[in-house]
Design a protein around this ligand. Structure first.
Ligand code: ADP
Ligand code: MG
Length: 322
């Protein structure tokens, strides 16, 4: 039997705040196949980043399991075996705040390499040169620059080089292009795709930008208020969205080409405001905004299940496709 690469089982993360308990991630299960990109989409506050943070071990889950290549890693990064810690990396939306502005690029990457036990200065410099080359930054121009003097795209490339320095197998990309202008976004997307192919990387790609998600991902999970409401192959999700929330997200994508226009589903307008993750609505969490709401939706929580037997298209909706 082939071992599963990453398996998330009934994962929850609750944050206790002065205003109450925020159910940021509330019982989600999915798997990630080695070498694929799994997109995580949804509006702001749906729990995408928290999911990514749990995977890299920025904090421990409230309950549930994260199984990486058969190993239980449902702990903070410090508590994980060192080898595994290095294999799972994250790139954040805002490289300016994740890179020390006044250190040389060389030293930023060197500190990662030293953490891994590399000592020889010559070897370290060689390694940094290769890493910078692999993200299209000529080393002779970038080794002795400081983040505060660089632009957004250059900084994101450095953040990617730093993530690559530990030879990861899985990278969580948390809105890596959202802070960039359109042209730079395309460059970073291409860079990520090329690196993925060269290094056989697996990505969890978090974004609220559906067009980018579609470009990057083999499969996409749609999150709403801490839950996964739909999960399918990208093409399938875009051509046949079944959850009213997914339809609502899609109907707000700017239409660019005639082909996209044809692909665009019938417009679904939502009613109401996004409820709080502190007291999510009972039954289906989306029922307060759903144009198709029925009584059952207010009472019973729908389970994420295959649309029909053996389908790879999962949806959590009492009405969709059944
Ligand atoms: P997304 O990335 O989809 O925008 P997040 O995972 O950042 O969503 O947040 C999900 C919910 O959890 C939000 O309501 C957010 O305010 C809350 N949240 C995230 N991190 C924390 C934290 N450290 N403490 C308290 N609440 C948090
Ligand atoms: Mg986020």
């Amino acid at each position: 039997m082939t071992q599963e690469f990453l398996k998330i089982i009934n994962l929850k993360k609750y944050f206790h705040t002065n205003y109450g308990t925020v159910k940021a991630v509330d019982d989600i299960s999915f798997n990630v196949v080695e070498g694929e990109t799994l997109g995580l989409v949804g509006e702001s506050g749906s729990g995408k980043s928290t999911t990514g943070h749990l995977v890299v071990g920025m904090y421990a889950p409230t309950s549930g399991k994260i199984i990486y290549r058969g190993l239980d890693i449902s702990f903070t990064a410090d508590e994980r075996p060192k080898g595994v810690r290095h294999e799972i990396q994250i790139v954040f939306q805002d490289p300016a705040s994740s890179l020390n502005p006044s250190k040389y690029v060389k030293d930023i990457i060197a500190s990662q390499l030293k953490l891994r036990g590399m000592r020889d200065d010559y070897e370290i410099e060689e390694r940094i040169s290769k890493l910078l080359e692999s993200v299209d930054l000529p080393p002779e121009n970038y080794m002795y620059r400081k983040p505060r003097d660089l632009g957004g795209g250059e900084l994101q490339a450095i953040a990617i080089a730093r993530a690559l320095s530990t030879d990861p197998k899985l990278i969580v990309l948390d809105e890596p292009t959202s802070a960039l202008d359109v042209i730079t976004q395309a460059k970073i997307v291409n860079l990520l795709l090329r690196i993925q192919e060269e290094r056989k990387l697996t990505y969890i790609f978090i974004t609220h930008d559906l067009a980018v998600a579609k470009n990057m991902s083999r499969r996409i999970a749609v999150m709403y208020l801490g839950k996964i409401v739909e999960l399918a192959q990208s093409e399938e999700l875009f051509s046949n969205p079944l959850h009213p929330y997914t339809m609502m997200l899609f109907s707000s994508i700017p239409v660019l080409t005639e082909e996209d226009r044809k692909l665009r589903p019938k417009k679904v307008r939502s009613v109401g405001e996004i409820p709080s993750a502190i007291s999510p609505p009972p039954g289906c969490r989306f029922h307060t905004r759903c144009p198709f709401v029925k009584d059952v939706c207010k009472e019973k929580e729908p389970v994420l299940e295959p649309v029909n037997t053996d389908s790879l298209h999962l949806v959590a909706c009492h009405l969709a496709g059944r």
